[in-house]
Design a protein around this ligand. Structure first.
Ligand code: SAH
Length: 204
């Protein structure tokens, strides 16, 4: 997976590559999907949701440019795989999921594999996690129509957020940077994510 899918497409950050090598992706997919776990595609995880393609997980991790000391917020825990990858490249991961059954399952995997620096809760993640803000990195793994304002507010300065924004079929993966009080936004990839549902997302 790392040699064939990630390095040729420009994943070069050593910490990201080490995390992608280390985290056992097959543990986060359903038993029936295990043989496909390391394939170059997303996979269904139940409740109509998906675990992202390995390249997208690596790309979103790399663009945050983490050093290992940061606190990072993830919106959309899903299988828990992206949070597990993040847990290897920062100090602490805060992850929010809106579907209870998915979070229950992800938490069991975090406990079993001893990912002890992942903190999770059930909520609408589009409003962020105000009590724990600010975050040096924010990673949104579902696509919405706009960049949620609370997430921009909860980004530290300097800070980086990666988020898919667009319609329900196709989104632009945006990198939002806060630096010296200024916000800059650029598109880094075209992607297709499941819907971000909530106050600052789609209505359902
Ligand atoms: N990061 C996940 C990807 C899961 S797909 C992984 O590695 O497997 C995106 C997830 O976002 C879904 O589980 C969906 O339920 C969740 N989601 C959608 N809108 C949300 C919201 N407003 N708050 C929290 N989670 C949300």
């Amino acid at each position: 997976m790392v040699e064939e899918q990630l390095i040729p497409r420009g994943i070069v950050d050593p910490a990201t590559l080490a995390a992608m090598r280390k985290v056992p992706r097959h543990e986060f997919v359903e038993d029936a999907m295990r043989s496909k776990a390391y394939g170059d595609h997303p996979l269904p995880i139940g409740s109509g949701q998906t675990i992202s393609q390995p390249y997208i997980v690596a790309l979103m991790t790399q663009v945050l440019q983490l050093t290992g000391k940061e606190r990072v917020l993830e919106i959309g825990t899903g299988s828990g795989y992206q949070a597990a990858v993040l847990s290897q490249v920062c100090d602490r991961v805060y992850t929010i999921e809106r579907i209870d059954s998915l979070l229950v399952r992800a938490r069991k995997i975090f406990d079993r594999l001893r990912y002890l620096n992942i903190i999770s809760r059930i909520d609408d993640g589009t409003t962020g996690w105000a009590d724990e803000a600010p975050f040096a990195g924010i990673l949104v793994t579902a696509g919405g129509p706009e960049i949620p304002k609370p997430l921009v507010d909860q980004l530290s300065d300097p800070g980086r957020m990666v988020i898919p924004v667009g319609d329900q079929n196709m989104q632009e993966l945006k990198l939002v940077q806060k630096q010296d009080g200024e916000i800059s936004i650029r598109t880094i990839e075209y992607v297709r994510f499941v819907n971000l549902i909530g106050s600052y997302g789609w209505s359902g």
